[in-house]
Design a binder for this molecule. Structure first.
Ligand code: AHM
Ligand code: MG
Length: 323
């Protein structure tokens, strides 16, 4: 018998958040709905006039793609209709979107990257959505600070890859589960029960074209991976869509890295809506995530759009960094 994502959310909620009375699973259903809307548009890219730039730049100074704009609106719209949402933080919005809801009702903060890897859209390569959910702290009235919580406080996180199929992977802190969208019934169906990341993999994943600008410790690390000291030699895989590179790392093991570079001296990826959710999922699956020094989930954010170096993947490879 199939298990849909909705059934799974409800079951998880009953065991983990018995006080939530359906609120949490109703919140998650807003995300599944939005990602179904996004995947429908992604599948029509090239047919509809949705490719290319929307002519605007986002807060990171990057050209916004039309599908980025659509994906952001879909998530803002679907989540904004849920009373339990106090605040939404998106890569595409400079400031958090705050809802005027009483703390007893508006209990959650949702942080997301609506369409990650968007430079890949026009060339038909996988893109994705990443999300992360926090509780609004009872004591905290400064809404601007409500969203600046360390990744260790996440109550749920997930990502969706719009790839050869559409797959959603999520955790609420008790294991990782993957659901594949069945287009025949329009539902996400459990396809990867209790996902575990292999302890060691065969691949490393990094933008090697920039390697001459990586700090020495990263270059030494890559040399060590290539030299075979970890027991075998590695192959390279790099899609340039974090969700796709991470999803492969989840299933096959290995390591994904985005080091500091000359252009991005603090790393390119964003702590709150890229590194944290994937770090939570990786740890829940037996993997690890650091910024080279610290556990990603322990970093106290100072800014919703802050960047971090990222070393993410199997335990063996992540632990070998810096040795
Ligand atoms: P985006 O949020 O603008 O799409 O940028 C994030 C993407 C990640 O998906 C990917 O890991 C990285 O940028 C690739 O960057 P680069 O092209 O520098 O290797
Ligand atoms: Mg992104």
């Amino acid at each position: 018998m199939i298990v849909t994502a909705q059934q799974h959310f409800t079951r998880q909620q009953q065991t983990q958040f018995p006080e939530a009375q359906g609120v949490f699973s109703w919140l998650l259903s807003a995300i599944t709905l939005a990602t179904k809307m996004i995947q429908a548009k992604v599948r029509q890219a090239g047919l509809l006039d949705v490719l290319g730039s929307a002519g605007d730049t986002n807060v990171q100074g990057e050209a916004q793609q039309k599908l980025d704009v659509y994906a952001n609106q879909a998530l803002l719209h679907c989540l904004g209709l849920r009373d339990s949402v106090a605040m939404l933080v998106s890569e595409e919005n400079e400031e958090p979107v705050v809802f005027d809801r009483a703390p007893e009702t508006g209990k959650y903060v949702v942080v997301f990257d609506p369409l990650d890897g968007s430079s890949n859209i026009d060339v038909n390569v996988s893109v994705g959505t990443i999300f992360s959910i926090y509780r609004r702290p009872d004591s905290q009235h400064d809404l601007q600070r409500v969203c600046l919580q360390a990744g260790s406080k996440q109550v749920a996180a997930g990502y969706v890859v719009y790839g050869s199929s559409t797959i959603m992977v999520y955790t609420t802190g008790s294991g990782v589960y993957g659901f594949t969208l069945d287009p025949a019934i329009g539902a996400y169906v459990l396809s990867h029960d209790n996902l575990r990341m292999p302890k060691q993999g065969m691949y490393y994943s990094v933008n090697e074209g920039q390697a001459h600008t990586f700090p020495d410790e990263y270059r030494r690390y890559l040399d060590r991976l290539r030299s075979g000291v970890l027991g075998h030699s590695y192959s390279t895989r790099y899609v340039g869509s974090l969700v796709a590179d991470f999803h492969r790392t989840m299933l096959k093991g290995g390591v994904f890295l985005y080091p500091p570079t000359r252009q991005y001296q603090k790393g390119k990826l964003r702590l709150m809506y890229e590194a944290n959710p994937l770090a939570f999922i990786a740890e829940q699956a037996g993997g690890m995530a650091t910024d080279g020094y610290r556990r990603i989930l322990d970093i106290e954010p100072e800014n919703i759009h802050q960047r971090t170096p990222l070393i993410l993947g199997s335990q063996m490879e992540v632990e070998a960094f810096g040795k």
